[in-house]
Design a binder for this molecule. Structure first.
Ligand code: 2M8
Length: 478
């Protein structure tokens, strides 16, 4: 496929699509550990929480039972508080394959709230894409048998999802602001985003034992990963969380890094919308529905209060300083992700989206949103969440545009994203100007979103503000 100068696109040829879907399925197969999937073959040899949700979305188009298994495995390690851990460590991974690994987090198992171990888990969490994934599995289930199984799966997972969302809406939001507080950049999933720079700079790092940067062994250039100074801060925050015995109340009292993360919060709103649909499907009590709808509404209000009229973006808030974080990143589109926007706000957000700050930047190889605006402080085109384009973020934007009934824009994001991956590979992220694939090759969630783009049909009911697709179950449908 070619892109003309003004970025108008011609869709991929059917045989290219079929080839891409086959390759994507192959990536997931290669990273499949039976009941869960490695986030990447070497760099990430464990089960990551939000990766698993995206992976389940991709797997849903290949095998709904296996997709459900992915989430069942993750939720088998849910904490008693309702928290879904950000990593479930693979007991068979060599100890020197990832740092910080299971041994570093073994202390988490000492918490009275921790699940039975091994396998060990971290005591952090990540954005709650899971209800969206569970609902997608239901949508993708084709024949009667698959539907019956998917329905049984929804019955099983619903109470777990409810407890997870309750944890986020209460323990992680003691103020009732509608915004989720995170304790670590790893919880945001956008680890070294400039969103966290000022807060991290203000933290005084104490004594740390020497530690290995295993991640650097898996990328061709260390500039693609966070710096050593970033890692010192990450590990210092882990040390403080461990000192607080992974106890939420103590962390809220003592921790220097408490951020109201707008992207995390917006994903929770969208996930609450999906959970409401699941609640209907499983015949949950009215009280549950009122609770979930209330969380979603409070989330939308909370995000609305974070709008910055100057940057025309939504901004994270630093709980410790009480101040907004003035940073232009893809997280600023949080109100689009949460959905339910007033027309005027949607218009403003789309203007920012189209502007040289994001997809309208003339230097971009593809008109896809860089993780950080090229026009802003802290942008670096090769470094992880500081500038590269992430297919998984594009999937979130695409889905949100569909929900906002911006069907043409959504179609454009999908087409260009597929073009990018067809031309390059299933990389973790891409340099925005050259299009060079960066980070890990064969990243599972990149393959998963490609499968959803290729095998999920256009959402029905997008105009009604719901997200409900037709069913597509195998590569022959292409
Ligand atoms: C990245 O984060 C991990 C730590 O959690 C790492 O760099 O080692 C992030 O991109 C995160 O969002 C993602 O879930 C994880 C696995 O893909 O990698």
């Amino acid at each position: 496929m070619t892109i003309t100068k003004n970025h108008s696109v011609v869709d991929l040829a059917p045989d290219t699509k079929a080839h891409l879907a086959t390759q994507a399925a192959q990536v997931l197969r290669q990273n499949d550990m039976g009941s869960w999937t490695k986030a990447a073959p070497d760099l990430y040899p464990h089960q990551w929480s939000w990766d698993s949700a995206f992976i389940a979305i991709g797997l849903a188009h290949l095998d709904t039972r296996r997709a459900a298994k992915e989430l069942r495995t993750l939720f088998a390690h849910q904490w008693k508080t309702g928290k879904v851990p950000h990593i479930v460590f693979n007991p068979d991974a060599p100890p020197d394959s990832y740092f910080p690994g299971a041994a570093h987090w073994a202390c988490a198992a000492a918490s009275p709230d921790a699940p039975f171990s091994p396998p060990y888990t971290s005591c952090l969490c990540q954005p709650p894409v899971h209800a969206i994934a569970a609902h997608r599995i239901w949508e993708a289930a084709g024949d009667e048998g698959a539907r019956a199984e998917a329905h049984a799966f929804l019955h099983d997972i619903y109470p777990k999802l409810l407890t997870w969302h309750r944890y986020l809406a209460t323990v992680r939001d003691p103020e009732g602001s509608g915004l989720v507080t995170i304790y670590h950049p790893w919880e945001s999933g956008t680890d070294n985003s400039p969103r966290w720079d000022d807060a991290l700079a203000a933290i005084e790092v104490g004594r740390l034992a020497q530690y290995p940067r295993r991640d650097l062994g898996y990328v061709s250039d260390p500039a693609e990963r966070p710096t050593n100074a970033d890692y010192d801060r990450y590990l210092w925050l882990v040390k403080l969380i461990k000192r607080a015995s992974c106890n939420d109340a103590s962390i809220h009292e003592t921790h220097p890094f408490l951020m109201k993360d707008v992207l995390f919060s917006a994903i929770l709103v969208a996930a609450n919308d999906a959970l409401l649909e699941i609640a209907d499907l499983v015949g949950a009590p009215d009280g549950d529905r009122a609770l979930i709808a209330g969380w979603a509404e409070r989330g939308r209000k909370g995000l609305d209060a974070c709008w910055d009229a100057d940057l025309q973006l939504c901004l994270d808030q630093n709980v410790r300083t009480g101040r907004p974080i003035r940073s232009s990143t893809v997280a600023g589109f949080a109100p689009l992700i949460s959905g339910g926007l007033a027309e005027e706000r949607l218009k403003e957000l789309l203007q920012t989206f189209d502007s040289p700050d994001f997809t309208g930047n003339a230097r971009l190889r593809w008109p896809l949103p860089p993780s950080t605006s090229p026009e802003s402080r802290g942008f670096y085109p090769r470094s992880y969440w500081r500038g590269p384009v992430w297919p998984v973020a594009n999937w979130l934007v695409w889905r949100s545009l569909l929900r906002a009934a911006e069907l043409d824009r959504a179609a454009e994001i999908r087409r260009v994203s597929l073009d990018q991956i067809a031309e390059s590979s299933f990389a973790e992220y891409f340099e925005p100007f050259s299009g060079e694939p960066l980070g890990s090759p064969d990243q599972s969630w990149t393959a998963a979103v490609v499968l959803d783009w290729l095998l999920g049909e256009s959402p029905k009911g997008a105009r009604a503000g719901t997200f409900s697709t037709g069913r597509a179950t195998d590569l022959d449908l292409l």
